[in-house]
Design a protein around this ligand. Structure first.
Ligand code: PFF
Length: 462
């Protein structure tokens, strides 16, 4: 058996951590309303196709690259594709830091709502829309909660792979499933729940346009944490005798299952309250749901609402951990910095980089009203558009090309044979090799170009 560096103790450890990275705000906040508004079951079907055609093959590529090279994304590209390609890894590292800078702000809101609903008087606010507007513009609350969230993330990453990331994920992921299932069971007993389920799932193919396909592809990619090297990094900690194909399949399934289940929770909640279905838009979580929890009565509302925002915080935490580990692993592996100074240094820098995003919801006017692509945006939107909407598909595209044309699918096969002797020549191999060579790069190129044109030039390619 080949020697691997100190990493996850078992397959379960990796699966919990990688699924934790994948399951995040994207699943619980974004997926349900995207599905409900874009054709329900028809969007779901499309999403599943994207997961299979782009998500799974790229995930296999990322993880195998990480495990083969046993190092962070910068070192991984250097070893696999040659020194002149290490910048691709560096862009991933920087992209991860930028994504974490704003993701942590939203995670801070979720955590703040958990505290304010469970222990404060948030639910009895007369106007939850106005409350949220004031909340995100309030510098003190924002500073406190996003700092708390960054510290929580840093504490886990500081404790290392096994003692920190693996242990936290093994605890938090089952907790997340438990809360989610508990909330769904409760939501399904509410009046009108079934109408919500029908709205969520009944397919409406007339809503599927090329732009919908683009959203489904982008969402699948973001949701699986692909494109910036998070899974290269986690892959580098997998034992050499582990079956990567099996692990990647479980992670993909778990992420998709949680996204699907989140819709089974959200739509019944919205419909039971008599809110119009359009309420299930981006504002749903922070502006509509608190009113729904309030209507459940003081005790039940506090419990159900508290559990919901705890769910959101837990989902976000296992993702922020993976986002922080990427730059930390770069400093530790490549720059020989100790884990402790690396974590403290990087977490502080990211927190500071996140300040303009935090202040871009009314606290500072010019950060809250930046015009590009023909519309006004917050600074947080800008960073999200650059680094996740455009950056991740570009990262995934370059990675697929490098894996296929520089590293080589034969070396990928060799790596995936460790722990799975049946891999060479198997159907999975033929599928992954074909999609990674011909399908994923083309689709990722589409997402990249269409998002770039739409977000920054206001031009709809589709
Ligand atoms: N997959 C996470 C979500 O759905 O919220 C977001 C994410 C985490 C993206 C980690 C990228 C990443 F590296």
């Amino acid at each position: 058996m080949a020697i691997s560096r100190k990493g996850f103790s078992s397959r379960l450890g990796f699966v919990a951590a990688a699924a934790g990275s994948a399951v995040g705000l994207g699943n619980i906040w974004k997926f349900p309303y995207e599905t409900a508004q874009n054709g329900g079951g028809a969007f779901l079907l499309l999403y599943l196709i994207c997961v299979v055609l782009i998500g799974f093959p790229v995930m296999m590529g990322e993880i195998s690259l990480g495990r083969a090279t046993q190092t962070n994304p910068v070192g991984a590209y250097r070893k696999a594709a040659g020194p002149k390609w290490s910048w691709v890894g560096l862009i991933g590292v920087i992209g991860g830091m930028m994504i974490l800078s704003f993701y942590n702000v939203v995670a801070g809101w979720a955590f703040g709502y958990f505290i304010e609903i469970s222990f404060g008087s948030l639910l009895s606010e007369p106007d939850h829309g106005a409350f949220f507007g004031a909340y995100v513009a309030n510098i003190t609350d924002n500073l406190i909660f996003s700092m708390v969230f960054m510290v929580l993330t840093a504490v886990v990453v500081l404790r290392g792979i096994q003692g920190g990331i693996e242990s936290a994920s093994k605890l938090l992921m089952p907790l997340l499933f438990l809360i989610l299932i508990g909330l769904i069971i409760y939501a399904l007993t509410l009046p009108n729940a079934m109408a919500g389920i029908s709205y969520y799932l009944l397919p409406d193919f007339s809503k599927i346009q090329l732009s919908t396909i683009n959203s489904a592809m982008g969402q699948a990619f973001f949701s699986l944490s692909l494109g910036m090297g998070a899974l290269i990094t986690y892959g580098s900690y997998i034992p050499k005798d582990d079956n990567v194909t099996a692990s990647a399949s479980i992670v993909t399934l778990a992420d998709t299952a949680v996204a699907f289940l989140a819709g089974l929770l959200m739509l019944p909640l919205v419909f039971s309250s008599g809110e119009p279905p359009e309420a299930s838009g981006p504002g749903l979580v922070f502006t509509i749901l608190p009113g729904i929890f309030h209507a459940m009565g003081p005790l039940v509302g506090r419990i159900v609402g508290g559990a919901f925002f705890l769910l959101l915080s837990v989902a976000a935490l296992t993702s922020t951990i993976s986002l922080l580990e990427v730059p930390v692993s770069y400093l530790v592996d490549d720059r020989k910095v100790g884990r402790k100074p690396a974590v403290i240094g990087i977490a502080s820098i990211i927190f500071i980089i996140g300040l303009p995003s935090m202040l871009s919801f009314g606290a500072v006017d010019w950060l809250s009203d930046i015009t590009y692509g023909g519309a006004s945006h917050s600074f947080l939107d800008l960073i999200n558009d650059v680094f996740s909407e455009v950056g991740l598909p570009l990262g995934g595209l370059i990675m697929s090309l490098l894996i296929v044309h520089r590293w080589g699918t034969n070396r990928m096969r060799e790596e995936l044979t460790n722990g799975n002797p049946a891999y060479p020549g198997s159907r999975v191999e033929r599928f992954v090799r074909f999609t990674l060579t011909y399908i994923s790069p083309v689709l990722l190129g589409f997402i990249f170009i269409s998002n770039l044109m739409e977000k920054f030039f206001g031009i709809s390619v589709f």
